[in-house]
Design a protein around this ligand. Structure first.
Ligand code: ADP
Ligand code: MG
Length: 693
């Protein structure tokens, strides 16, 4: 395919810059999608709803009446031109930093001279009147080519990089389309594209960069959003098939010499869903290919003991296991659980956190490398960075849905073909699971151990909620008070941790209050959480940092303030911090229900206690992105689609993928050859996907 250097207007220098943003061939330009679009039509209709990606922009065509250099007391220089068209008159302003060596406006002066007819576009400095415009781009009216590309139309705005402007990109892309647009292959099978009513790839290509109308833009976006999600879904399926083909080269035998005493130590029966999960895990472990399973279960559903069974099976067979928690406090809590449930058993396990220093640390690492420790408990960091295992076969990762395919692959390097169990309490909607964790199998703990009552979630006034808190703390229980922001003014009108902490100290006089938020150093946070866990504190005032925190069974009440600010996923995680013991717990939501959506959200969370039921609600998806950690996920380098906003498209893509792979699992049919090519081009390196043919 043709090198970008050979495109008109692109020299070696620009080619170098383009290469840095992943554009080395002419065809790469096509898929450098705009970040947004500007409506630069001279006569505009109102932009209809559903066009968040389209912005109106001020455009003016007129004759230069006068020009003037304005000097400011600072280094700033302003060039001002008055333009007139008919009865309308505006001031066009250019701002530049002064340079004593040359005239910074020289280029502008050449075109913007009295009498000249020009186009300008930019932002109004006086939005009410639109008479003072900060110019972003300007062109001579004689320049018809510029008009066709940059003015009086819907114009693409690209993500910019040093040395590359949107203006340049527009030109380069339009050259590229003229030169090679016709050669761009359709990659979706005809029947599929037609069935979903999608624009052809060639049409969409022109339309996404240079749409003739709002609706053409909409259709083009739809086409590429679908294409992107579809390719990703197919890639997942192939990745999964690949994992299934790996042979781990060792096997497990269920000996029960550890599992039986462990069961006796527990003093409770497994729930039905725990049994089911354990059975699935054991058969995965005995299968020839490595396990890759996600265990999803509400907070308190008993995931830890399930994971312990898996680890013990590995140890029974003479292998090592690792148990990784997201924070040190959680790792410490797990260690205590292991001490309790593995009492009097011949299993050697150790905790490795940053608190364990020097000699002991060296000792543990040494033992792990020699096989003297069966199970190592710690945070991801510890296990990933320093430790070499002798024969690590079972890796458990707790509370980690933010664990992308790349991290999984990196981990695999460590434990070679180890079995992997990832656990999360965050309910993930079925569609998302399929889209994001296509290479994992899923087990769900959908029931709670007996004797648990679900947390009651109640909408309340602050006064009432605080009265309940007072009742609980007076009875020796503990409480959480959650606020959306750390500091007043972080977001207007919202209550802040810092300010409310002071107020609450007065309201709850005689009790011990503490404060925790994300801007505190890690050590400080740790101490505060520990004090709370050890009952040194009665009320913990916090931001949502306590979301994935620790187990404090004595905490029985939570008040979430400005609850309307939190998404469903967050609210559900937050309330899971209480109700961890046997005492009935309550979560009060103090909310300002200004929007219908906020009202709906609060109603839903109050009436549904099951996270899985919750996750299937459409409003759960909105705002779930942050909590599910998609931004950090690393797999989601989507250029145009948004898996949350475009969830409905995702559903269709999964459906279509399944249908296609059913008839042609390796994409060997001729009508799938372009699809196949594109797929490997996009994903083979990124996800280490190999060609299966
Ligand atoms: P999570 O799924 O949130 O990690 P845990 O594994 O911490 O939940 O379990 C919560 C509590 O329930 C623990 O104290 C655990 O010992 C207990 N537990 C787990 N399974 C059962 C069961 N089948 N019956 C009774 N208690 C159980
Ligand atoms: Mg847990």
């Amino acid at each position: 395919m043709k090198d970008i250097r050979y495109l008109k207007g692109v020299g070696p220098k620009r080619a170098g810059i383009l290469a840095k943003i992943g554009i080395s061939r002419i065809d790469d330009l096509f898929f450098y999608f705009p970040r947004k679009w500007e409506d630069r039509k001279l006569i505009k209709t109102r932009i209809p709803p559903g066009f968040a990606f389209l912005e109106p922009s001020v455009v003016f065509r007129g004759k230069v009446v006068s020009i003037k250099d304005v000097y400011t007391s600072t280094n700033l220089r302003i060039f001002r031109a008055v333009l007139a068209a008919g009865d309308a008159e505006i001031e066009a302003l250019w701002y530049k930093r002064h340079n004593p060596r040359y005239d910074v406006f020289a280029g502008i002066r050449k075109l913007v001279a009295p009498g000249a007819e020009i186009w300008i576009t930019g932002r109004p400095d006086d939005p009410l009147f639109n008479t003072k415009i900060s110019v972003e781009e300007f062109y001579s009216c004689a320049d018809t080519e510029a008009q066709a590309l940059h003015i009086n139309r819907i114009v693409p705005v690209y993500p910019i990089t040093e040395g590359i402007s949107s203006k340049f990109m527009r030109k380069a892309i339009s050259e590229a389309i003229a030169e090679r647009g016709e050669a761009v292959p359709e990659i979706l099978p005809m029947s599929l594209a037609a069935g979903r009513g999608l624009m052809t790839r060639q049409q969409a290509l022109t339309a996404i960069h240079f749409p003739e109308s709002y609706f053409e833009l909409l259709e083009a976006r739809k086409r590429f959003i679908y294409e992107e999600l579809f390719l990703m879904c197919v890639a997942w399926a192939i990745k999964r098939k690949q994992t299934k083909r790996i042979r781990k080269g060792y096997s497990y035998e269920i000996r029960k010499n550890l599992l039986t005493p462990f069961k006796e130590n527990l003093k409770f029966e497994f729930t039905l869903s725990q049994k089911r999960a354990i059975n699935r895990i054991f058969s995965d472990m005995q299968a020839p290919s490595p396990m890759a399973r996600l265990l999803e279960g509400e907070v308190g559903s008993g995931k830890t003991v399930v994971a312990m069974c898996a680890l013990l099976l590995a140890v029974e067979n003479g292998y090592q296991g690792a148990f990784m928690a997201p924070t040190e406090i959680l790792a410490e809590q797990h260690f205590i659980t292991f001490e309790k449930f593995l009492k009097n058993m011949n299993v050697k396990f150790a905790l490795l956190t940053s608190r364990i220093r020097s000699e002991e640390r060296i000792n543990i690492i040494e033992k792990v490398s020699k096989g003297g420790i069966d199970i190592l408990i710690g945070t991801h960091a510890v296990i990933q960075d320093e430790v070499e295992f002798r024969n690590l076969r079972m890796i458990v990762i707790d509370e980690q849905h933010r664990f992308g395919v790349r991290q999984r692959a990196a981990l695999r390097q460590k434990g070679e073909q180890a079995d992997l169990l990832i656990m999360t309490a965050t309910p993930i909607p079925r569609t998302l699971f399929l889209a994001l964790y296509g290479d994992l199998d899923l087990s769900v703990l959908n029931e709670m151990p007996p004797g648990r009552t679900p947390v009651k979630t109640i909408m309340a006034e602050e006064e009432y909620a605080f009265a309940q808190v007072l009742k609980e703390v007076s009875g020796g229980r503990q409480a959480y008070a959650v606020y959306p922001v750390i500091e007043e003014g972080d977001l207007k009108g919202l209550k802040s941790v810092k300010k409310e902490f002071e107020r609450l100290k007065k309201i709850f006089k005689g009790f011990k209050l503490d404060m925790i938020h994300g801007q505190m150093p890690g050590k400080e946070k740790k101490r505060i959480m520990e004090d709370f866990a050890n009952r040194k504190t009665d009320i913990l005032v916090s931001t949502s940092v306590i979301e994935v925190g620790i187990d404090v069974p004595n905490a029985t009440v939570m008040v979430v303030n400005n609850a309307e600010q939190f998404g469903l996923a967050s609210l559900h995680q937050l309330r899971g911090r209480v109700g961890r013991g046997n005492i009935e717990s309550k979560c009060f939501l103090v909310a300002d229900l200004k929007t219908p959506e906020a009202r709906q959200r609060i109603e839903v969370i109050c009436s549904i206690s099951s996270g899985f039921e919750l996750s299937e609600k459409d409003i759960y998806m909105r705002g779930a992105g942050d909590i599910l950690g998609m931004r950090q996920h690393g797999d989601m380098e989507l250029k145009i689609a948004d898996i949350f906003a475009d969830a409905s498209v995702l559903r269709l893509a999964i459906e279509d993928r399944n249908a296609i792979l059913k008839t042609d699992p390796r994409l060997l049919k001729p009508e799938h050859s372009e699809l196949r090519k594109k797929l490997f081009e996009l994903y083979s390196e990124k996800w280490n996907i190999i060609d299966l043919s």
